[in-house]
Design a protein around this ligand. Structure first.
Ligand SMILES: Cc1cc2nc3c(=O)[nH]c(=O)nc-3n(C[C@H](O)[C@H](O)[C@H](O)COP(=O)(O)OP(=O)(O)OC[C@H]3O[C@@H](n4cnc5c(N)ncnc54)[C@H](O)[C@@H]3O)c2cc1C
Length: 575
C-alpha cells in the first residue's frame, strides 16, 4: 500500500495550485498528485480567454466590490457571497503571484499586465496570455510541482474514494499502462477532478471531463450541490462544439443572425454581445428556433448563427485571438479575417459539484463536514458561481481556492495520523469490478451506449427545460443504463486497455447525468443557466437555496441548504 500525508486527485489548475501551496507552507509534507492524464494535459491547459482580477491596469475605477457585485448578479443571486468576497478580494494577489512564478501574461505598452473586457463584467479586468491563458498558467504550475518535489502519479485512474466512519482515508487507483491496482492511504484526500462536459453530446470539454470525482463522491453516499446548473457557452464552433473564446467578443466581435442583425440588441440592449453566458446562449437558441439561424449553404433556417470578426481587422485578430482564428481555420476551413464563423451553444462548465466550505473542506450535509476530505476547482461547489458563472472567474476560482485549500490542508494535516485500511478488501472489490466488465457477455459496444446516453441528456436537459421532457429523459436514461450493463469489451488485456477506462468513465457519466436531471426536475423556477419553460420566473421565496442531491441505486434524494447573503440583496437581473 502506498502512503502520503496528502493525496490530490487531479493535476489541473486547482490541484497543482493546492500542491504548490502545501509544499511551500510545509516542505516536510509528503504531497502527491495523481491524474488520469499527464497533469499538463488536464483540461485547464485549454483555457483561452483569461483570468479576472481588479489590477486596475486598464481601468482605475475598478474595485473588488464591483467584481463581487458582477459575480453575484451573474450568478442570479445564488452564489454564496462570503465565498465571492474571498474570491474577488484575493484575485489581484494570486495573479501577481502567478506572474512571479513565471507566467507570461500579455502586456500593455508600459509593461504592466494587459486586461480585456469579458461578459457580465462591468470593467476591463480579465488578464490574459493572448488566447492561451490556461496553457501559460498550467505549464508554470506543473514546473513548480517538480521544483517543490511533489510526487506525480500520471496516467493512473482513481476509481474509488475510501471513506469509513465519516472520514476519507484514501483511494484505489488503476495504472493505465498495465492494469495494476494500488490502494493509497493518506491523512488528507483532496479532489480536483474537473468537470463533466462529456455528459452531453456537444461540449467544449476534453475527453477526460467525465465527472469521475463527482461520481466517486456520490458512490460513498455524500451529496452533490446545485448540479442542475450546467453552463452552455454561447460560441461553440459548429458542428464540432469546440470553444471559440468569449475573448473574441471581449475584443469586439459581433453575433449576427441570418438576416445580418446584431440580434443581442433585443435581449441585452446595454451589454449586447457581452451579456452573461446564460442570457446569450438562450438568445442564440431562440434565434435558431425562430428560423433566423443559418444553414451551411448560407440560407436561413439553419442550426447556427454567425460570430463576425471581420471588422476587427487582421492585425487585431492575429495578435489578440490567434488560437481562435486557427481553430476555425483548421477545424471548419473558415478564415475569420474574411468570413464569419458558424457557432452555437456548447456545454462548457459545471457550476455545481462537491459541496465545500471556504477552506475547501467537503460537506456531508448542510451542516456537517467530512474529516480528511477537501475539494477545489471545477469539481467543487463553494459556491462562487451560483446559477451562472462569469467568464474568467473559473481560472480565478481554481487559483484562489486551490491556494486557500492547500494552505488549510497544510495546517489540518498536522493533527492527523495515517488511517488504517483493510487493503485486501478494497483491492478485491476493485479487481472484481474490472473483471466483471471484462467478463460481461453483452451485445453493445461502449460507443453506441455512450452516444445514446449523451443524446438523451442533450435532448432532455439542455438550454431550455420542462417537466414532461425531463421525466421522459429520466425514463430513457434508465433504459440506457440497462444497456450499459450489456456492454462487451473487445480488449481483454491489461496493457493500455482504454476500453476498460471508457467503461468506468461511462459509469461516472451516468451517475452525474441522473443527478443533474433529478436536481433540475425539482427546481421549479428559472434561475441563471437553469431555464424552465414551465416555470419561466425566478422564485426567491421558494428556491433561493442550494440543492443537495444524494445518489443511490434507488434514485436521488434531495435536500436544500441556505445561500449566504452578505452585501447584495437579490434584485431583478437586467443587462
Ligand atoms: C475550452 C475551455 C476554455 C476555457 N477558458 C476559460 C477561461 O478563459 N477562463 C476561465 O476562467 N475559465 C475557462 N475555462 C474553464 C476552466 O478552464 C476550468 O473550469 C478549469 O481549468 C478547471 O480546472 P480544474 O483544475 O478544476 O480541473 P481540470 O483542469 O479539468 O483537471 C482535472 C484533473 O483531474 C484529473 N482526473 C479526473 N478524473 C480522474 C480520475 N478518475 N483519476 C485520476 N485523475 C482524474 C484529470 O486527469 C486532470 O488532471 C475553460 C474551459 C474550457 C473547456
Amino acid at each position: 500500500m502506498l502512503e502520503h500525508d496528502v493525496l490530490i486527485v487531479g493535476g489541473g489548475l486547482a490541484g497543482s495550485r493546492a500542491a504548490v501551496e502545501m509544499a511551500r507552507t510545509n516542505p516536510t509534507l509528503s504531497v502527491a498528485v495523481v491524474a488520469k492524464t499527464h497533469p499538463i494535459r488536464s483540461h485547464s491547459v485549454a483555457a483561452q480567454g483569461g483570468i479576472a482580477a481588479t489590477l486596475k491596469n486598464v481601468d482605475d475605477q475598478d474595485t473588488w466590490e464591483a467584481h463581487a457585485f458582477d459575480t453575484v448578479k451573474g450568478s442570479d443571486y445564488l452564489a454564496d457571497q462570503d465565498a465571492v468576497e474571498i474570491l474577488t478580494r484575493e484575485a489581484p494577489d494570486v495573479v501577481i503571484d502567478l506572474e512571479h512564478m513565471g507566467v507570461l501574461f500579455s502586456r500593455l505598452s508600459d509593461g504592466r499586465i494587459a486586461q480585456r473586457a469579458f461578459g457580465g463584467h462591468s470593467h476591463k479586468r480579465t488578464c490574459y496570455a493572448a488566447d492561451k491563458t490556461g496553457h501559460a498558467i498550467l505549464h508554470e504550475l506543473v514546473n513548480n510541482l517538480r521544483r517543490y518535489g511533489v510526487t506525480i502519479y500520471d496516467e493512473w485512474y482513481v476509481m474509488r474514494l475510501i471513506t469509513e466512519e465519516g472520514q476519507a482515508k484514501g483511494v484505489v487507483m488503476y495504472r493505465i499502462r498495465d492494469g495494476h491496482l494500488e490502494v493509497v492511504r493518506a491523512k488528507v484526500v483532496m479532489f480536483a477532478t474537473g468537470g463533466y462536459g462529456r455528459v452531453y453530446n456537444t461540449t467544449s470539454n476534453d475527453f477526460a471531463s467525465t465527472g469521475d470525482g463527482l461520481a466517486m463522491v456520490a458512490a460513498v453516499g455524500l451529496p452533490l450541490e446545485d448540479m442542475e446548473f450546467v453552463q452552455f457557452h454561447p460560441t461553440g464552433l459548429y458542428p464540432v462544439g469546440v470553444l471559440i473564446s468569449e475573448a473574441v467578443r471581449g475584443e469586439g466581435a459581433y453575433l449576427i443572425n441570418s438576416e445580418g442583425d446584431r440580434f443581442m440588441s433585443a435581449y441585452a440592449p446595454k451589454q449586447m454581445e457581452l451579456a452573461p453566458r446564460d442570457i446569450t446562449s438562450r438568445a442564440i437558441t431562440l434565434e435558431i428556433r425562430a428560423g433566423r439561424g443559418v444553414h451551411s449553404d448560407g440560407s436561413a433556417g439553419g442550426p447556427f448563427v454567425y460570430l463576425d470578426l471581420r471588422h476587427m481587422g487582421k492585425d487585431k485578430i492575429m495578435s489578440r485571438v490567434p488560437f481562435c482564428w486557427e481553430e476555425a481555420h483548421r477545424l471548419v476551413g473558415i478564415d475569420a479575417v474574411t468570413e464569419p464563423m458558424p457557432i452555437r451553444p456548447t456545454v462548457h462548465y459545471s457550476m455545481g459539484g462537491i459541496p465545500v466550505n471556504t477552506d475547501g473542506q467537503v460537506r456531508s450535509s448542510a451542516d456537517g463536514l467530512v474529516e480528511g476530505f477537501f475539494a477545489a476547482g471545477e469539481c467543487a461547489c463553494v459556491s462562487v458561481h451560483g446559477a451562472n458563472r462569469l467568464g474568467s472567474n473559473s481560472l480565478l476560482e481554481c487559483v484562489v481556492y486551490g491556494k486557500r485549500t492547500g494552505a488549510a490542508i497544510a495546517q489540518y494535516v498536522l493533527n492527523r495520523k495515517l488511517p488504517s485500511i483493510d487493503e485486501d478488501r478494497y483491492l478485491k472489490e476493485a479487481g472484481d469490478r474490472i473483471q466483471s466488465l471484462l467478463d460481461q457477455d453483452g451485445q453493445y459496444r461502449i460507443n453506441e451506449v455512450r452516444q445514446a446516453y449523451q443524446d438523451c441528456m442533450t435532448d432532455h436537459c439542455g438550454v431550455f427545460r420542462a417537466e414532461s421532457v425531463m421525466q421522459e429523459g429520466l425514463e430513457q436514461l434508465r433504459q440506457v443504463q440497462k444497456k450499459a450493463s450489456e456492454i462487451y469489451l473487445d480488449d481483454k488485456g491489461k496493457q493500455w486497455n482504454t476500453e476498460v477506462l471508457e467503461a468506468l468513465e461511462l459509469q461516472s457519466l451516468m451517475t452525474v447525468g441522473e443527478v443533474i436531471l433529478a436536481s433540475a426536475l425539482n427546481r421549479q423556477e428559472s434561475r441563471g443557466a437553469h431555464c424552465r419553460e414551465d416555470f419561466p420566473n425566478r422564485d426567491d421565496s421558494n428556491f433561493l437555496k442550494h440543492t443537495l442531491a444524494y445518489h443511490s441505486s434507488a434514485g436521488v434524494d434531495l435536500a436544500y441548504m441556505p445561500v449566504s447573503i452578505t452585501q447584495f440583496e437579490p434584485k431583478e437581473r437586467r443587462y
